[in-house]
Design a protein around this ligand. Structure first.
Ligand SMILES: Cc1cc2nc3c(=O)[nH]c(=O)nc-3n(C[C@H](O)[C@H](O)[C@H](O)COP(=O)(O)OP(=O)(O)OC[C@H]3O[C@@H](n4cnc5c(N)ncnc54)[C@H](O)[C@@H]3O)c2cc1C
Length: 241
């Protein structure tokens, strides 16, 4: 049922994918489909009527009534620990959307495309990588994905498989601990790491940056300093420091 823009949504799958994140699949009433990069608002209602609303990006795109979210737990958060630990298959939530018309990629759109993700910021960029794969457009795509440790990477298996199989090429960056045998440096993305992983500014890529607010601002500033046109950098901030 849809009331005031809120659609009923039933959890049809809940799978732990990292020590702190789950992928949730929701069957949404009368879902109209969505573009890669859009998000929904999720509303939870407690038995006493108390409600909480948070935004979550869609890892899925296109038609179909089942959408995919990936939620990373923010310690001491109000909503994310519930979605990561407690919600069960069969539970009912509400969603509003699809929302957002700027942070999207559609087949046939501008190229080349650079995706830059920090942590759970991979979610809308995963939808774009999937859309690019389906559209046969991966040759003009690159992804730079920064995570604390390899085990924290949401969609790691799909990204590695895809990159090995003609999908979007991925450059990994580790801020806390790199896997054994890793040749690169560990730590916050610096200008050199960005320059090495990202399309040259002379090619005028469109760059999508998504993650915690501090990550997005740091990367966007560094990209401008490297010569990328500010108007070609699109950002989605997830909150936090
Ligand atoms: C457009 C959009 C899309 C989003 N998509 C996703 C998504 O795909 N997956 C996902 O896991 N999250 C996503 N988020 C973040 C999400 O909306 C919540 O902010 C997050 O789950 C924390 O909610 P909470 O109720 O658990 O924490 P709250 O109770 O709201 O906050 C607790 C504390 O954590 C801080 N905090 C809030 N958000 C973050 C954050 N993202 N990182 C670090 N600290 C934070 C707050 O400042 C506060 O101090 C998205 C946010 C936006 C705006």
């Amino acid at each position: 049922m849809t009331v005031g823009g809120w659609r009923g949504a039933r959890v049809v799958d809940a799978t732990a994918v990292t020590p702190s994140a789950r992928i949730l699949r929701l069957a949404v009433d009368e879902w109209p489909g969505n573009d890669a990069g859009q998000h929904v608002d999720v509303r939870l209602t407690a038995e006493d009527g108390y409600q909480a609303v948070r935004s979550y990006s869609l890892g899925s795109y296109g038609a179909g009534e089942v959408v995919e979210l990936a939620v990373d737990e923010v310690p001491d958060g109000e909503v994310s620990p519930y979605l990561v630990r407690d919600v069960e298959v069969g539970d009912e939530l509400e969603v509003k959307g699809p929302l957002g018309g700027y942070f999207v990629w559609r087949a046939g759109g501008e190229a080349p495309v650079q995706l830059v993700a920090g942590g759970s910021g991979i979610v809308p960029l995963m939808a774009m990588a999937r859309a690019a794969t389906d559209a046969g457009a991966t040759a003009s795509f690159r992804l730079l994905y920064s995570v604390r440790r390899a085990e924290d990477a949401i969609y790691r298996d799909e990204l590695v498989r895809g990159a090995d199989d003609g999908g979007v090429p991925v450059t990994w960056a580790y801020t806390r601990e790199a896997p054994a045998g890793w040749g690169g440096r560990t730590g916050r993305l610096d200008a050199e790491a960005l320059r090495a992983a990202i399309w040259d500014p002379a090619r005028a890529p469109i760059v999508y940056v998504c993650g915690p607010t501090g990550f997005v601002e740091h990367v966007a500033d560094a990209l401008v300093a490297l010569g990328h046109e500010p108007g070609r950098i699109r950002t989605e901030r997830f909150g936090g420091a």
